[in-house]
Design a protein around this ligand. Structure first.
Ligand SMILES: Nc1ncnc2c1ncn2[C@@H]1O[C@H](COP(=O)(O)OP(=O)(O)O)[C@@H](O)[C@H]1O
Ligand SMILES: O=c1ccn([C@H]2C[C@H](O)[C@@H](COP(=O)(O)O)O2)c(=O)[nH]1
Length: 215
């Protein structure tokens, strides 16, 4: 990343508290916050690829993940409007976590995985996607399961604990154990099973590390 701009990705399991964390940092001047375009994934020209994927992943996984890849890329290439950008997830986690999970669990046909993989490889080879720091909100799958139920997003009512465990394991292999894929920036791990008050305290404690990421 250039010396004037800092790009941070906020990664973590479903309902780990990413949006809540971004809301907190959005109050800081000089920080631009980009949330995941979930509303688009729930409504593209009147269709709901997120809901379809949860109902029938083998049929609709490719459809959703193609659209996720496009909309995340669109976020990554948006010109920055502040010196620091905090962005919820990335085109990398879409591929390394969610596509990988569909494929590994036998719910994405080999041909769909191959097409998505070639698209992804082309994108990261040909389009600059800068990142200075990855902040990983590390939670237990059980915590996410409870928060997910509390949030009560209609499409996600079918998600079992095992799904969150798979996503968790893929995140841990990628960002903690460095066992699966390239990690494109240093990782700051923030334990995130705590209540909101303690989380806000931890965000304050880590503020400098986050904001000075490119220095
Ligand atoms: N530290 C926390 N303790 C308890 N509930 C939380 C905490 N952080 C977030 N939540 C709640 O959990 C749910 C998921 O949080 P959210 O920020 O939307 O997660 P994500 O963006 O990672 O999916 C929301 O209902 C939110 O209010
Ligand atoms: O590549 C992706 C990214 C996200 N999803 C799903 C997972 C959740 O149901 C929603 C949004 O995630 P949050 O963690 O609540 O922000 O989108 C996916 O299927 N594929």
């Amino acid at each position: 990343m250039s010396c004037c701009f800092t790009s941070i990705w906020l990664e973590g399991n479903i309902a780990s508290g990413k949006t809540t964390c971004l809301e907190y940092f959005s109050k800081t001047s000089d920080i631009e916050v980009l949330t995941e375009p979930v509303s688009k994934w729930r409504n593209v020209q009147g269709c709901n690829p997120l809901g379809l994927m949860y109902q029938d992943p083998s049929r609709w996984g490719l459809t959703l993940q193609t659209y996720v890849q496009l909309t995340m890329l669109d976020r990554h290439v948006l010109p920055m409007s502040a010196p620091i950008r905090m962005m919820e997830r990335s085109i990398y986690s879409a591929k390394y976590i969610f596509v990988e999970n569909l494929y590994k669990s036998g719910k994405m046909p080999e041909v769909d995985f191959a097409v998505l993989s070639e698209w992804f490889e082309w994108i990261i080879k040909n389009i600059a996607i800068p990142v200075d720091l990855i902040v990983y909100l590390q939670t237990s799958p059980q915590t996410c399961y409870e928060r997910l139920k509390q949030r009560c997003r209609e499409e996600e009512k079918v998600i079992p604990l095992e799904y969150l465990e798979s996503i968790h394991n893929l995140y841990e292999d990628w960002l903690i154990h460095h066992k699966s894929f390239e990690v494109p920036a240093p990782v700051l791990v923030i334990p995130a099973d705590h209540d909101l008050k303690k989380m806000l305290h931890q965000y304050e404690e880590n503020r400098e590390k986050i904001l000075m990421a490119h220095c």
